[in-house]
Ligand binder design. Sequence first.
Ligand code: ASP
Length: 582
Amino acid sequence: MYRNYTCGELRATHTNTEVTLAGWVQKTRDKGFVVWIDLRDRYGITQLVFDEERSSKTLLETARSVGREYVLQIKGVVTERTSRNPNMPTGDIEILVSEIHILNEALLPPFTIEDKSDGGDDLRMKFRYLDIRRNPVKNNLIFRSRVTMEVRKYLTRLGFIEVETPYLIKSTPEGARDFVVPSRMNAGQFYALPQSPQTFKQLLMVGGLDKYFQIVKCFRDEDLRADRQPEFTQIDCEMAFVEQDDILDAFEGLTRHLLKEIKGVESGRFPRLTYDEAMERYGSDKPDIRFGMEFGELNKHAKHRDFEVFNSAELIVGIAVPGAAELTRKEIDQLVDWVRRPQVGAGGMVYVKCNADGTYKSSVDKFYDQSDLVQWAEATSAKAGDLICILSGDASATRTQLSALRMEMATRLGLRNPNEFAPLWVVDFPLLEWDEETGNYHAMHHPFTSPKPGQQQLLETDPGAVRANAYDLVLNGNEIGGGSIRIHDKKTQESMFRHLGFTREEARAQFGFLIDAFQYGAPPHGGIAFGLDRLVAILGGQETIRDFIAFPKNNNGRDVMIDAPARIDDDQLKELNLKLDI
Ligand code: ASP
């Protein structure tokens, strides 16, 4: 037996127990007549002691010879420490070692295996297996495992069954590029890796499985924005014989369960906002509602003077930033610079200081008087001491810019408390989005999403106005889940493909299997998928999903540890019937 106790569990009550432990050397201290070794495993650290009085010479010599991260097995007796360490769970005891076996030597690690390591990101990624020995990373992986276990427990209890779907498939359009895999046995042909198991889970419903889930890898070849991974994990779900409310109820239940079990947080019913409301009130389809600063539209109150910037704007909209009237001129100028950065893209910013005495001071006093500003303050619910920040221009761009400012101000004011959880549903998304580049509509969610009941006709006359049976679950300003009620009849699915610019033949070639399946008794169905990596990160109170993935890719989509992607050799290329031009 390699060990009969772990390095995290021995206490004073174990005094005089004979134990065998195995683990890694965290550090050694040599005081001449006494040597201590801190032995670490996944469960904690236990102090080993060797001294001239009680230990043999060879034992002491061996103890002195080990270096950091050596792998040891020891036998010994638990003894109470004379000077206890209250900061360590095992701090009351140490092991007087009687036998030591070096199971493996170790090179000096390139960074310290401590909670606060001296290693930079790149180095730790390259030696990720060493990084995983550190508590912060290890604990995140344990945390992730707890979350997935709770998901499985909850869904299984509701009668969901977990089914695996294939990875070598044909393209599923979820709005990204496919990763493709050449087929050796079918020269010139390729599999695509799933962007999600979307079509398969729908086919499982046609297959009568009724309630499906899968914790599954998805692959999307997107230009990597910060904190996106080319492969990521979804909690993918589908149900038959359901309407939108059934899905929302089931998965609100799952989310509530996770908040309760994992965070000890009780949550009531989740608010539901329509997409239009969310855009009007927060300028975002994934609003962070942990704090206010709701948008106030000022078109009615700001177009009657000679201020051309506002008069020519499609939308004039503001937020009241609490307590920010105190900002100095210089600080406000910096804010104006901030909204003008290319990443935000506003042309400028008008502001109103709401003074303590009930008067207002604005950057457009030349054009507007106090009675105008009173109305602006009302529209934005500004109180004395607030700073009203106003942006104007094209409606959609202005909303996005103000939303960015709202989030920035909330961050600066410390209003985005990671221990507070504010979930909500956003429903009634547009079905289609106009794509200037291709001159076609594309599906805002995906092509299998159904229009809202009664809007079938509208699809023929004004496709852009059609609302979808689609919903997102939003948590603290992040989309953590999204889904829809699906089309389940051949005719509607075919008309959908037509609206998306597919010819009949193209639709047939790509999705014939699904359209065919719809003719064999497809039940009404719908589902949702959660982004597990993000969900775990938010529940863990952290921002970066990479910290919750055992072996993540870096921002360029590379695995720097195994050095992938990489070239393959000529023989392999030949076998795959591939010729490279580079
Ligand atoms: N397949 C969808 C996605 O990956 C989720 C769904 O509609 O269930 O976003």
